[in-house]
Ligand binder design. Structure first.
Ligand SMILES: C[S@@+](CC[C@H](N)C(=O)[O-])C[C@H]1O[C@@H](n2cnc3c(N)ncnc32)[C@H](O)[C@@H]1O
Length: 282
């Protein structure tokens, strides 16, 4: 599971604008580092030797919400289609992932990596064993590593998501840090096989309620409660404040079900649209 793809050369409309202005030190990994390119005879020569005509770069300018990857000297959108449509989208910081047009990270007034760090901060991770539901691009996984997690088991349903993560320079560490264990599967199916009381923290970062209702239900919460150790803590992303599903307030429903499951110290954190709570030591 933990293997990384070769480093792709990535372009966005913003980077192309810089190239067309004549800049030759640019980022080809979405802002993490800079590389030198050569402008020559109406084309750009990239560090891997690929030669791309300026006309081809002009096409990128028309699609500011797409990350492009150079494949055989041809810029191609970094997207995948199976039953769903997955696309990497540039932001001011780390890129976000859209699944069927729905963003998997908050980008308004924040960046995906800042939001991930805030989630881990409110969870209060200090060392310990972490279970994560929804690997996505691995930003919360990496924030958890930065907070000193000793081991993190991260569950992701979609192979396409992990394929995109492998091509995203901002996700690299989840494939290289040996403390991270990635499992491909439905968390709902995987959780019953995990050991009781094993985890110090759970970071539950599911898609919104309307897309993954079973990850917000009492049966799933009973499993989260079981695998957490006494005094272990849970963070649960619940979506936009006031979000409703079939006329019911999602956050209120989550809080009621967590309380009925046995969780205590239930707190809503507006800044990260999530709830923290604790398994009591009875
Ligand atoms: C909001 S994103 C997670 C973002 C991630 N924590 C990050 O920092 O990039 C939710 C993720 O949960 C995954 N997912 C959806 N249903 C799932 C399930 N039943 N089990 C595990 N993962 C699931 C989605 O494919 C998606 O990648």
């Amino acid at each position: 599971m933990n293997e990384v793809a070769p480093r792709p050369l990535l372009l966005t409309a913003e980077i192309v604008q810089e190239i067309l202005r004549g800049r030759t030190r640019v980022t080809l990994d979405l802002g993490l580092s800079e590389t030198t390119i050569t402008l020559e005879g109406g084309a750009v020569i990239f560090p891997d030797g690929s030669r791309v005509k300026l006309e081809a770069l002009h096409r990128i300018l028309k699609r500011p919400n797409v990350v492009f990857m150079l494949i055989d000297s041809e810029p191609r959108p970094l997207s995948l289609t199976n039953d769903h449509f997955y696309k990497l989208v540039p932001t001011k910081g780390a890129p976000t992932l859209e699944i069927d047009g729905v963003r998997m990270h908050r980008t308004k007034g924040t960046t995906p990596e800042k939001d991930a760090w805030e989630k881990v901060r409110v969870l209060g991770v200090r060392g310990g064993r972490v279970l994560e539901i929804g690997t996505g691009l691995g930003y919360t996984t990496q924030a958890t590593l930065n907070a000193g997690a000793e081991v993190i088991l991260s569950l992701e349903l979609s192979p396409a998501v992990l394929k995109i993560a492998r091509l995203n320079p901002w996700s690299r560490r989840i494939f290289t840090d040996e403390r991270v264990h990635l499992i491909l599967g439905d968390a709902y199916q995987v959780l019953p096989s995990l050991r009781s009381g094993f985890f110090d923290y759970i970071l539950h970062d599911p898609p919104r309620f309307s897309l993954a209702g079973h990850l917000y239900g009492s049966a799933f919460y009973a499993q989260l409660f079981r695998v957490l150790r006494p005094e272990g803590r849970l963070f649960h992303y619940v979506g936009e404040p006031g979000a409703r599903y079939r006329g019911r307030n999602v956050r209120r429903g989550v809080i009621n079900r967590l309380r009925r499951t046995g969780f205590t110290r239930i707190l809503y954190h507006r800044e990260v649209r999530g709830i923290t709570c604790m398994k009591p030591n009875l």
